[in-house]
Design a protein around this ligand. Structure first.
Ligand SMILES: [Zn+2]
Length: 287
């Protein structure tokens, strides 16, 4: 028995064969699936799916990459959605500096981005930096608001972090005793994994552990304590080998677990038992 802790089942990729996707997961021993909201609308769809399918549960949240489309108040609708007993966590939330507005604007203009270390010389560059600052500040604000909501509701959070490690930990700091997080799709170093584990958080691994170039992450998954991580697919993205490039789906959680079992030299059953117990303690399945 495995729990798929991070799927995006509300994405249109799954609409054509949703029932088959859930059935294949079940056949692979993936008995529970947490579908993750990335906006208010996506969270609403996640709750609807969780209310319809007994194997599906929902996490509701607002993804940092979409903050520029966020309404002024995303917390009130999320709080309303959280009334559903099928909601087991808040997220995904966090910080993502990979697509800063200045970088995206530069790509469109097809000009080179100057290192931030260089002094901004043109008005355009100054404006881009101001916009980046506002974008980061808005991400931090939404992250904090969702941490507050999680604390208020007694839920844990699913954290998305990309190119923003230090700032993510800084935002989390004051919530130490109130909220625990899972650093989903973990891709950091062993030291970083140990750092967040020491803070009481968890990490979770995707199909990257099966990739040829995933040796570093695979190694981290083999070396951290067995009870400090969970498994996921982040489907429809990151399909594991041998499905790379195709649509990932929750059934592939088993392949992720098998890869980690092999890396640790233990059985799939051992991985399944411990990651399931970890997920049961982290997510609020019974409300
Ligand atoms: Zn995700």
């Amino acid at each position: 028995m495995l729990i798929e802790t991070h799927a995006h089942l509300d994405y249109p990729d799954f609409a054509p064969d949703f029932d088959d996707v859930v059935r294949r997961a079940n056949e692979a021993g993936v008995t529970r699936i947490i579908t993750i909201g990335t906006s208010v609308e996506s969270s609403r769809r996640a709750v609807e799916l969780a209310e319809k399918y007994p194997a599906v549960y929902a996490a509701i949240g607002f993804h940092p990459s979409y903050v520029e489309e966020a309404a002024e108040d995303v917390i009130s609708p999320l709080r309303e959605l959280a009334k559903s007993p099928r909601v087991v966590a808040i997220g995904e939330t966090g910080l993502d500096y990979h697509h800063l507005p200045s970088v995206e604007a530069a790509k469109q203009k097809n000009v080179q981005v100057f290192s931030r270390a260089l002094q901004a010389e043109t008005e355009d560059e100054v404006e881009a930096q101001v916009r980046d600052g506002a974008y980061k500040a808005r991400q931090a604000e939404l992250f904090e608001q969702q941490l507050d909501l999680a604390a208020e509701l007694g839920l844990n959070v699913v954290i998305h972090q990309r190119d923003a490690w230090d700032d993510t930990l800084a935002v989390l700091e004051p919530y130490q005793t109130k909220v625990r997080g899972v650093f989903h799709c973990f891709g950091g170093s062993l030291e970083q994994a140990e750092q967040v584990i020491a803070m009481g958080h968890l990490v979770s691994f995707t199909g990257i552990v099966t990739f040829k170039n995933g040796a570093a992450v695979r190694d981290v998954s083999a070396r951290i304590p067995l009870d400090k991580f969970m498994v996921e697919t982040d489907c429809p993205y990151l399909a594991p080998v041998p499905y790379r490039g195709k649509r990932a789906e929750p059934a592939h959680t088993r392949i992720v677990a098998e890869a980690i079992a092999a890396a640790r030299g233990i059985t799939l059953e051992q991985i399944a038992a411990v990651t399931t117990a970890t997920a049961e303690a982290f997510f609020k399945f019974e409300r």
